[in-house]
Design a protein around this ligand. Structure first.
Ligand SMILES: Cc1cc2nc3c(=O)[nH]c(=O)nc-3n(C[C@H](O)[C@H](O)[C@H](O)COP(=O)(O)O)c2cc1C
Length: 166
């Protein structure tokens, strides 16, 4: 199959899967950072493990170099404001945390007050995937309601222009 046909099948499959998107936040003591992340998945059950991938162009990637923990949030599907702030703006230009409600969480990670659910993960390993860095997380603390509203998925943010080109 020609490469471009493979790509279009792959892109179509990813769009059809319509995966959840998350906001990852972290702080290194001097700076806070966070961005919208679609490359994320549970990758282990016992022990529980979760992988998130940060684009090497992002402000969040650079701050992540000095941290041992991060928070992973699910947003309400209707929360355009938080999705646009974390996916459409860059911490190179704006202080995202001056524009949203958050609290210091476990190990100082910023926890978004309006998130539907979140967990704090300890970073166990860093994996170079080419243009993205994978952070392997051991989930520790967090909060999630027993019944949640529909949460943000890929199709809600497909037209959102990333704050940094990937
Ligand atoms: C649908 C969608 C999915 C995205 N997935 C990722 C991702 O998996 N990893 C990542 O680092 N950036 C991803 N981005 C891009 C960042 O969220 C975006 O460039 C952000 O503005 C970067 O902010 P920062 O420079 O403050 O880190 C995604 C953006 C969108 C719209």
């Amino acid at each position: 199959m020609p490469e471009n046909r493979e790509h279009s099948a792959f892109d179509a499959l990813v769009a059809t899967a319509d995966a959840p998107v998350y906001v990852v936040t972290l702080a290194d003591g001097a700076q806070r950072a966070g961005c919208l992340v679609g490359f994320a998945s549970q990758v282990g059950i016992e022990p529980p493990r979760f992988l998130i991938c940060l684009s090497e162009t992002n402000h969040t990637y650079r701050v992540a170099a000095g941290v041992r923990y991060c928070a992973v949030h699910l947003l309400d599907a209707g929360d355009r404001a938080l999705a646009e702030l974390f996916g459409g703006r860059t911490g190179d230009e704006v202080d995202k945390f001056a524009r949203c409600a958050w609290d210091p969480g476990p190990h100082g990670v910023p926890v978004l007050r309006d998130a539907v659910a979140w967990f704090c993960g300890r970073i166990l390993g860093r994996h170079d995937f080419g243009d993205h860095l994978g952070l392997l997380l051991a989930p520790e603390d967090g909060d999630a309601p027993e019944s949640a509203p529909p949460t943000l998925r890929l199709h809600h943010v497909l037209r959102l222009e990333p704050g940094h080109p990937a």
